[in-house]
Design a protein around this ligand. Structure first.
Ligand code: HEM
Length: 316
Protein backbone atom coordinates (compact mmCIF):
# COMPACT_ATOMS: atom_id res chain seq x y z
CA UNK A 1 0.00 0.00 0.00
CA UNK A 2 2.67 2.46 1.12
CA UNK A 3 4.91 1.32 -1.75
CA UNK A 4 2.26 1.89 -4.41
CA UNK A 5 1.36 5.29 -2.93
CA UNK A 6 4.99 6.40 -3.08
CA UNK A 7 5.25 4.98 -6.61
CA UNK A 8 2.32 7.13 -7.69
CA UNK A 9 3.80 10.21 -6.05
CA UNK A 10 7.07 9.54 -7.86
CA UNK A 11 5.25 9.39 -11.20
CA UNK A 12 3.43 12.63 -10.37
CA UNK A 13 6.70 14.28 -9.33
CA UNK A 14 8.47 13.25 -12.53
CA UNK A 15 5.50 14.45 -14.60
CA UNK A 16 5.52 17.81 -12.79
CA UNK A 17 9.27 18.21 -13.23
CA UNK A 18 8.97 17.44 -16.96
CA UNK A 19 6.10 19.88 -17.40
CA UNK A 20 8.02 22.58 -15.55
CA UNK A 21 11.07 22.30 -17.79
CA UNK A 22 9.10 21.96 -21.05
CA UNK A 23 11.26 20.14 -23.56
CA UNK A 24 14.58 21.23 -22.14
CA UNK A 25 17.42 18.72 -22.40
CA UNK A 26 21.16 18.89 -21.62
CA UNK A 27 21.95 17.37 -25.03
CA UNK A 28 19.86 19.90 -26.99
CA UNK A 29 22.82 21.31 -29.00
CA UNK A 30 24.88 18.11 -29.23
CA UNK A 31 24.27 17.72 -32.96
CA UNK A 32 23.14 21.22 -33.98
CA UNK A 33 26.04 23.07 -32.34
CA UNK A 34 28.50 20.74 -30.62
CA UNK A 35 30.96 23.55 -29.82
CA UNK A 36 28.38 25.82 -28.15
CA UNK A 37 29.13 24.91 -24.54
CA UNK A 38 32.92 25.10 -24.95
CA UNK A 39 32.59 28.49 -26.62
CA UNK A 40 30.50 29.86 -23.77
CA UNK A 41 32.90 28.43 -21.18
CA UNK A 42 35.99 29.96 -22.75
CA UNK A 43 34.23 33.34 -23.14
CA UNK A 44 33.23 33.33 -19.46
CA UNK A 45 36.67 32.17 -18.26
CA UNK A 46 38.38 34.98 -20.21
CA UNK A 47 35.95 37.61 -18.90
CA UNK A 48 36.23 36.45 -15.28
CA UNK A 49 40.01 36.21 -15.37
CA UNK A 50 40.29 39.84 -16.44
CA UNK A 51 37.51 40.99 -14.06
CA UNK A 52 36.55 38.56 -11.27
CA UNK A 53 33.43 40.57 -10.47
CA UNK A 54 32.10 39.68 -13.93
CA UNK A 55 31.30 36.18 -12.64
CA UNK A 56 28.97 37.72 -10.08
CA UNK A 57 27.44 40.05 -12.64
CA UNK A 58 26.61 37.23 -15.06
CA UNK A 59 25.07 35.12 -12.31
CA UNK A 60 22.86 38.02 -11.25
CA UNK A 61 21.88 38.74 -14.87
CA UNK A 62 20.52 35.19 -15.18
CA UNK A 63 18.51 35.58 -11.94
CA UNK A 64 17.03 38.88 -13.14
CA UNK A 65 16.19 37.26 -16.47
CA UNK A 66 14.42 34.24 -14.97
CA UNK A 67 12.30 36.21 -12.46
CA UNK A 68 10.70 38.28 -15.23
CA UNK A 69 8.67 36.32 -17.82
CA UNK A 70 10.87 33.28 -17.19
CA UNK A 71 14.37 32.59 -18.54
CA UNK A 72 13.87 34.07 -21.99
CA UNK A 73 16.69 36.63 -22.30
CA UNK A 74 14.14 39.47 -21.96
CA UNK A 75 16.60 41.28 -19.67
CA UNK A 76 19.15 41.42 -22.50
CA UNK A 77 16.95 43.53 -24.80
CA UNK A 78 18.13 47.16 -24.86
CA UNK A 79 15.96 49.51 -22.81
CA UNK A 80 12.75 48.14 -21.27
CA UNK A 81 13.55 45.82 -18.32
CA UNK A 82 17.01 47.30 -18.13
CA UNK A 83 15.36 50.57 -17.02
CA UNK A 84 13.50 48.95 -14.11
CA UNK A 85 14.48 50.11 -10.63
CA UNK A 86 16.38 46.95 -9.54
CA UNK A 87 18.28 46.91 -12.84
CA UNK A 88 19.12 50.48 -13.90
CA UNK A 89 22.69 51.51 -13.16
CA UNK A 90 23.30 48.15 -11.60
CA UNK A 91 23.19 45.18 -14.01
CA UNK A 92 26.48 44.38 -15.75
CA UNK A 93 27.73 41.82 -18.24
CA UNK A 94 25.68 42.59 -21.36
CA UNK A 95 28.84 43.07 -23.45
CA UNK A 96 30.23 39.69 -22.40
CA UNK A 97 27.02 37.91 -23.47
CA UNK A 98 26.90 39.87 -26.75
CA UNK A 99 30.45 38.91 -27.56
CA UNK A 100 29.91 35.20 -26.76
CA UNK A 101 26.80 35.33 -28.95
CA UNK A 102 28.82 36.80 -31.84
CA UNK A 103 31.34 33.95 -31.54
CA UNK A 104 28.56 31.35 -31.46
CA UNK A 105 26.76 32.87 -34.46
CA UNK A 106 30.01 32.53 -36.39
CA UNK A 107 30.02 28.75 -35.85
CA UNK A 108 26.26 27.95 -35.73
CA UNK A 109 23.95 30.44 -37.39
CA UNK A 110 20.72 31.23 -35.48
CA UNK A 111 20.82 28.01 -33.48
CA UNK A 112 21.76 28.79 -29.87
CA UNK A 113 19.43 31.08 -27.93
CA UNK A 114 20.58 34.02 -25.82
CA UNK A 115 18.54 32.58 -22.94
CA UNK A 116 20.59 29.38 -23.04
CA UNK A 117 23.86 31.28 -23.40
CA UNK A 118 23.02 33.28 -20.27
CA UNK A 119 21.98 30.18 -18.31
CA UNK A 120 25.20 28.35 -19.16
CA UNK A 121 27.28 31.49 -18.55
CA UNK A 122 25.81 31.71 -15.01
CA UNK A 123 26.88 28.13 -14.32
CA UNK A 124 30.35 28.70 -15.82
CA UNK A 125 30.74 31.86 -13.73
CA UNK A 126 30.13 29.93 -10.52
CA UNK A 127 32.65 27.31 -11.62
CA UNK A 128 35.21 29.98 -12.62
CA UNK A 129 35.11 31.36 -9.07
CA UNK A 130 35.59 27.94 -7.46
CA UNK A 131 31.97 26.92 -6.92
CA UNK A 132 30.12 23.72 -7.81
CA UNK A 133 29.18 22.62 -11.33
CA UNK A 134 25.92 21.15 -12.59
CA UNK A 135 24.35 19.99 -15.85
CA UNK A 136 22.22 22.67 -17.52
CA UNK A 137 19.01 21.63 -19.33
CA UNK A 138 18.93 23.46 -22.70
CA UNK A 139 16.53 24.42 -25.47
CA UNK A 140 15.13 27.73 -24.21
CA UNK A 141 14.09 30.21 -26.88
CA UNK A 142 14.29 34.01 -26.72
CA UNK A 143 11.43 36.38 -26.04
CA UNK A 144 10.26 38.96 -28.53
CA UNK A 145 9.44 41.39 -25.73
CA UNK A 146 10.39 42.46 -22.22
CA UNK A 147 8.40 43.65 -19.23
CA UNK A 148 9.68 46.58 -17.19
CA UNK A 149 6.61 46.61 -14.91
CA UNK A 150 7.09 42.95 -14.01
CA UNK A 151 10.76 43.58 -13.26
CA UNK A 152 9.71 46.31 -10.83
CA UNK A 153 7.05 44.21 -9.14
CA UNK A 154 8.59 40.73 -9.10
CA UNK A 155 12.30 41.18 -8.39
CA UNK A 156 12.80 41.11 -4.62
CA UNK A 157 14.08 44.34 -3.04
CA UNK A 158 16.96 44.78 -0.60
CA UNK A 159 14.57 45.97 2.11
CA UNK A 160 12.43 42.84 1.92
CA UNK A 161 11.47 40.90 5.03
CA UNK A 162 12.00 37.15 5.24
CA UNK A 163 8.35 36.44 4.50
CA UNK A 164 8.38 38.82 1.53
CA UNK A 165 11.41 37.00 0.13
CA UNK A 166 9.70 33.65 0.64
CA UNK A 167 6.61 34.87 -1.21
CA UNK A 168 8.63 36.39 -4.07
CA UNK A 169 10.47 33.10 -4.66
CA UNK A 170 7.44 30.86 -4.24
CA UNK A 171 5.70 32.81 -7.02
CA UNK A 172 8.54 31.86 -9.38
CA UNK A 173 8.45 28.21 -10.37
CA UNK A 174 7.63 27.22 -6.80
CA UNK A 175 11.07 28.03 -5.39
CA UNK A 176 10.70 27.08 -1.74
CA UNK A 177 12.30 28.52 1.38
CA UNK A 178 15.38 26.29 1.21
CA UNK A 179 15.80 27.22 -2.47
CA UNK A 180 15.53 30.89 -1.51
CA UNK A 181 18.14 30.62 1.25
CA UNK A 182 20.45 28.63 -1.05
CA UNK A 183 20.09 31.06 -3.98
CA UNK A 184 20.77 34.01 -1.67
CA UNK A 185 24.16 32.33 -1.17
CA UNK A 186 25.01 33.82 -4.58
CA UNK A 187 25.88 36.87 -2.47
CA UNK A 188 29.10 35.05 -1.61
CA UNK A 189 30.48 36.93 -4.64
CA UNK A 190 30.06 40.39 -6.12
CA UNK A 191 29.38 43.86 -4.85
CA UNK A 192 26.57 46.22 -3.92
CA UNK A 193 26.26 50.00 -4.04
CA UNK A 194 26.09 52.18 -0.94
CA UNK A 195 22.49 53.15 -1.73
CA UNK A 196 21.42 49.53 -1.11
CA UNK A 197 22.91 49.19 2.40
CA UNK A 198 23.09 52.81 3.66
CA UNK A 199 20.02 52.57 5.88
CA UNK A 200 21.31 49.36 7.42
CA UNK A 201 24.67 50.84 8.48
CA UNK A 202 23.31 54.15 9.80
CA UNK A 203 21.01 52.81 12.48
CA UNK A 204 18.17 51.41 10.37
CA UNK A 205 19.05 47.88 11.46
CA UNK A 206 20.18 46.72 14.87
CA UNK A 207 21.20 43.23 13.73
CA UNK A 208 24.57 44.32 12.33
CA UNK A 209 28.02 43.79 13.83
CA UNK A 210 29.22 47.21 15.10
CA UNK A 211 32.78 46.98 13.75
CA UNK A 212 31.50 45.79 10.38
CA UNK A 213 29.02 48.69 10.19
CA UNK A 214 31.76 51.16 11.11
CA UNK A 215 34.07 49.85 8.39
CA UNK A 216 31.29 50.17 5.81
CA UNK A 217 30.50 53.75 6.87
CA UNK A 218 34.05 54.78 5.91
CA UNK A 219 33.17 54.37 2.25
CA UNK A 220 29.42 55.04 2.25
CA UNK A 221 28.45 58.54 3.40
CA UNK A 222 25.17 59.00 5.27
CA UNK A 223 23.86 61.78 3.02
CA UNK A 224 21.62 60.47 0.27
CA UNK A 225 23.10 61.41 -3.08
CA UNK A 226 26.72 61.38 -2.00
CA UNK A 227 28.68 58.25 -2.72
CA UNK A 228 25.52 56.37 -3.69
CA UNK A 229 27.50 54.19 -6.09
CA UNK A 230 30.41 53.35 -3.75
CA UNK A 231 30.83 49.61 -3.71
CA UNK A 232 31.19 47.09 -0.89
CA UNK A 233 31.70 43.36 -1.14
CA UNK A 234 28.60 41.29 -0.46
CA UNK A 235 30.85 38.69 1.21
CA UNK A 236 33.23 40.57 3.48
CA UNK A 237 35.56 37.60 4.04
CA UNK A 238 36.15 35.91 0.64
CA UNK A 239 34.60 38.25 -1.98
CA UNK A 240 35.90 36.53 -5.10
CA UNK A 241 35.46 32.90 -4.05
CA UNK A 242 32.22 31.03 -4.53
CA UNK A 243 32.12 29.35 -1.11
CA UNK A 244 29.78 29.19 1.90
CA UNK A 245 31.28 32.18 3.75
CA UNK A 246 28.07 34.14 3.09
CA UNK A 247 26.39 32.00 5.75
CA UNK A 248 29.16 32.26 8.35
CA UNK A 249 29.02 36.02 7.82
CA UNK A 250 25.28 36.00 8.52
CA UNK A 251 25.92 34.13 11.77
CA UNK A 252 28.17 36.98 12.95
CA UNK A 253 25.72 39.65 11.75
CA UNK A 254 27.89 40.57 8.79
CA UNK A 255 25.27 40.33 6.07
CA UNK A 256 25.58 43.41 3.82
CA UNK A 257 21.95 43.86 2.82
CA UNK A 258 18.93 43.94 5.09
CA UNK A 259 17.52 41.16 2.88
CA UNK A 260 20.62 39.06 3.63
CA UNK A 261 20.53 39.38 7.40
CA UNK A 262 16.80 38.57 7.64
CA UNK A 263 17.77 35.00 6.82
CA UNK A 264 19.54 34.75 10.19
CA UNK A 265 17.58 36.80 12.67
CA UNK A 266 16.16 34.47 15.33
CA UNK A 267 13.69 33.15 12.80
CA UNK A 268 12.57 30.12 10.82
CA UNK A 269 15.48 30.14 8.35
CA UNK A 270 18.24 30.21 11.00
CA UNK A 271 18.72 26.45 10.96
CA UNK A 272 19.14 26.35 7.18
CA UNK A 273 21.77 29.09 7.45
CA UNK A 274 23.57 27.14 10.21
CA UNK A 275 23.48 24.00 8.08
CA UNK A 276 24.94 25.76 5.00
CA UNK A 277 27.58 27.48 7.19
CA UNK A 278 28.82 24.25 8.71
CA UNK A 279 28.37 21.96 5.75
CA UNK A 280 29.71 23.23 2.39
CA UNK A 281 28.49 20.10 0.58
CA UNK A 282 24.92 20.72 1.79
CA UNK A 283 25.11 24.28 0.42
CA UNK A 284 26.55 23.16 -2.94
CA UNK A 285 23.87 20.54 -3.34
CA UNK A 286 21.01 22.89 -2.41
CA UNK A 287 22.43 25.68 -4.58
CA UNK A 288 22.78 23.54 -7.71
CA UNK A 289 19.29 22.07 -7.23
CA UNK A 290 17.82 25.54 -6.86
CA UNK A 291 19.78 26.95 -9.84
CA UNK A 292 18.36 24.22 -12.09
CA UNK A 293 14.85 24.97 -10.79
CA UNK A 294 15.35 28.70 -11.35
CA UNK A 295 16.71 28.06 -14.86
CA UNK A 296 13.56 26.08 -15.65
CA UNK A 297 11.13 28.92 -14.88
CA UNK A 298 8.68 29.29 -17.78
CA UNK A 299 11.03 28.52 -20.68
CA UNK A 300 9.87 29.25 -24.21
CA UNK A 301 10.31 26.10 -26.28
CA UNK A 302 9.31 24.60 -29.65
CA UNK A 303 7.98 27.36 -31.87
CA UNK A 304 7.53 29.97 -29.13
CA UNK A 305 9.62 33.13 -29.32
CA UNK A 306 12.65 33.13 -31.58
CA UNK A 307 16.40 32.52 -31.69
CA UNK A 308 17.76 36.05 -31.69
CA UNK A 309 20.65 36.93 -33.97
CA UNK A 310 21.82 39.58 -31.53
CA UNK A 311 21.01 39.31 -27.84
CA UNK A 312 20.27 43.01 -27.38
CA UNK A 313 17.47 43.23 -29.97
CA UNK A 314 14.71 41.14 -31.50
CA UNK A 315 15.15 39.94 -35.08
CA UNK A 316 13.95 42.40 -37.71
C1 HEM B 1 16.90 37.15 -2.10
C2 HEM B 1 16.60 38.24 -2.78
C3 HEM B 1 17.67 39.09 -3.40
C4 HEM B 1 17.81 40.43 -3.24
C5 HEM B 1 16.90 41.34 -2.43
C6 HEM B 1 18.99 40.83 -3.97
C7 HEM B 1 19.44 42.13 -4.07
C8 HEM B 1 20.67 42.48 -4.58
C9 HEM B 1 21.20 43.82 -4.57
C10 HEM B 1 20.49 45.05 -4.03
C11 HEM B 1 22.43 43.76 -5.13
C12 HEM B 1 23.39 44.93 -5.34
C13 HEM B 1 23.07 45.67 -6.62
C14 HEM B 1 23.80 46.97 -6.75
O1 HEM B 1 24.08 47.61 -5.73
O2 HEM B 1 24.09 47.38 -7.91
C15 HEM B 1 22.69 42.41 -5.50
C16 HEM B 1 23.84 41.94 -6.09
C17 HEM B 1 24.02 40.64 -6.49
N1 HEM B 1 23.07 39.64 -6.48
FE1 HEM B 1 21.35 39.66 -5.46
N2 HEM B 1 19.54 39.74 -4.55
C18 HEM B 1 18.77 38.65 -4.24
C19 HEM B 1 18.94 37.36 -4.69
C20 HEM B 1 19.93 36.98 -5.58
C21 HEM B 1 19.96 35.72 -6.29
C22 HEM B 1 18.86 34.65 -6.21
C23 HEM B 1 21.09 35.71 -7.03
C24 HEM B 1 21.59 34.67 -7.98
C25 HEM B 1 21.31 33.39 -7.91
C26 HEM B 1 21.78 36.96 -6.77
C27 HEM B 1 23.01 37.31 -7.26
C28 HEM B 1 23.63 38.51 -7.01
C29 HEM B 1 25.03 38.76 -7.32
C30 HEM B 1 26.00 37.75 -7.83
C31 HEM B 1 25.25 40.12 -7.03
C32 HEM B 1 26.54 40.92 -7.27
C33 HEM B 1 26.51 41.42 -8.71
C34 HEM B 1 27.74 42.20 -9.15
O3 HEM B 1 28.70 42.35 -8.41
O4 HEM B 1 27.68 42.68 -10.30
N3 HEM B 1 21.03 37.71 -5.92
N4 HEM B 1 21.58 41.65 -5.16
Amino acid sequence: MAASASCISLVVLVALATAASGQLSPTFYDTSCPRALATIKSGVMAAVSSDPRMGASLLRLHFHDCFVQGCDASVLLSGMEQNAIPNAGSLRGFGVIDSIKTQIEAICNQTVSCADILTVAARDSVVALGGPSWTVPLGRRDSIDANEAEANSDLPGFNSSRSELEAAFLRKGGLNTVDMVALSGAHTIGQAQCSTFRARIYGGDTNINAAYAASLRANCPQTVGSGDGSLANLDTTTPNAFDNAYYTNLMSQRGLLHSDQVLFNNDTTDNTVRNFASNPAAFSSAFTTAMIKMGNIAPKTGTQGQIRLSCSRVNS
